[in-house]
Write a protein that binds this ligand. Structure first.
Ligand code: NAP
Length: 385
């Protein structure tokens, strides 16, 4: 039976990899709804190639351009935040949630409330809303399948195991483009240097998060909520080749690892096929060609954002929401040349320091704390100018 797939964030890197897997398996999948932020050209190309039933663009000012670009196609369209949320609720078999950042929270929650399987790439919405997000999924009997390669690896490793029987869960990290750059040169790196990830091809925001390793911090928190594990069971290991994505260590000393080439089509194919395995024709790993795999422990002096993320992991939801918001402001300011690369960690630190009373017990608290943290981070930037 052909499964209908909706893709939130279809024009991005994860959206693109999802469409590649779908295009390679036309007997198994078709596209039902797609969304974009502002990339009219790419959204229109997707509509022409995949002929979804519904397409939405978040930027209302571009709606007429988008409609003109798909004139003649029989596709229901919408725009704005409401349009993207309508796409998330469009009847379908699975939703790929791949909008970047906190702006993905509302549509992803809408998908969780309307579709029984959500493939979750947008880690920021889980970091910001944590157990509230997972509770809504549980109330709606929605299965959340992790797309992030490390969590996808852990999901596969934990099949038929209880997380209580596992001693540690380890997420690997490539270390990003500045792994061997001396610490005293980090302040001078540019956004162009930071987005050039040595292994993965990804969107700009996650690439910068990988360079600071705040991305691994977001992933620690994501893992805490996805797998309901205490913070002290979660570990990070730097593995520059990104061949091993996740490991579980058992109390009897056995360690099980999940491997694969660093290609997001692999975890995406797992999520599309689950609980079966797709016969997707994705290049498999050649360990002999790989030669050597190396590992090292992360150094908080080199990656202060990771230390801040551990602080948030232990502190709880309020601090996690603050950290996520401060990071989004910091990354945007760095991309715009307003702050340096090393200022990203300082800004997150200062925002977390000044927002200690952030308390979260409902979704409206999440939106309020997110907004207040963004305002605080922007104030700190303007005071330092
Ligand atoms: N890329 C990876 O390998 C990877 C791996 C694991 C997890 N993830 C996670 O997956 C998510 C997407 O990452 P990505 O690398 O695919 O990002 P990306 O390439 O920047 O794509 C982001 C997508 O979100 C859309 N978007 C941005 N702002 C929006 C808004 N306000 N409203 C509606 N749509 C909006 C973009 O539309 P436009 O194109 O029109 O701007 C685009 O379709 C992130 O949360 C990331 O952390 C990514």
């Amino acid at each position: 039976m052909v499964q209908k797939i909706s893709i939130l964030g279809a024009t991005g890197s994860i959206g693109d990899s999802t469409l590649q897997v779908i295009a390679a398996n036309p007997d198994d999948f078709c596209v039902s709804a797609v969304t974009a932020g502002s990339n009219v050209k790419r959204l229109a190309e997707i509509c022409h190639q995949f002929k979804p039933q519904f397409a939405a663009i978040a930027d209302e000012a571009l709606y007429n351009d988008f409609k003109a670009a798909i004139a003649g196609l029989d596709i229901e369209t919408a725009c704005g935040e409401a349009g993207v949320s309508a796409a998330a609720a469009y009847p379908t078999d699975r939703v790929m949630a791949a909008i970047t950042g906190f702006s993905g929270l509302k549509p992803t929650l809408n998908a969780v409330q309307n579709c029984s399987i959500v493939m979750l790439a947008n880690k920021e919405c889980l970091v910001a809303a944590g157990s509230l997000f997972m509770d809504i999924a549980a109330q709606n009997n929605t299965t959340i399948l992790p797309v992030d390669s490390e969590h996808n690896a852990l999901h596969q490793l934990l099949v038929s195991k209880f997380v209580e029987d596992v001693k540690h869960l380890t997420l690997t990290a490539s270390g990003g483009p500045f792994l061997s750059l001396p610490i005293d040169q980090l302040a001078k790196v540019t956004p162009e240097m930071a987005v050039k990830h040595p292994v993965w091809s990804m969107g700009e925001k996650i690439s910068i998060d990988s360079a600071t390793m705040l991305n691994k911090g977001l992933e620690l928190i994501e893992a805490q909520h996805l797998f309901s594990v205490p913070a002290d069971k979660l570990k990070v290991l730097i593995h520059p080749q990104s061949i091993i994505h996740g490991l579980i260590t058992m109390y009897d000393g056995s360690v099980m690892a999940h491997m694969g080439t660093p290609d997001m089509q692999i975890p995406i194919a797992y999520c599309l096929g689950w609980p079966e395995r797709l016969k997707a024709n994705i290049a498999s790993l050649d360990l002999a060609a790989e030669g050597e795999l190396s590992f090292l422990a992360p150094d908080f002096k080199h990656y202060p954002c990771l230390e801040l993320a551990y602080e948030a992991l232990n502190a709880g939801q309020g601090t996690q929401t603050v950290m996520n918001a401060a990071n989004e402001i910091a990354v945007e300011a760095f991309r715009n040349g307003e702050i340096s690369f090393t200022d990203i960690a300082s800004l997150i630190h200062d925002t977390m320091d000044q927002m200690t009373d952030a308390d979260i017990s409902s979704l409206s608290d999440v939106y309020a704390v997110d907004e207040a943290s963004r305002r605080k981070a922007l104030d700190i930037i303007s005071l330092k100018k």
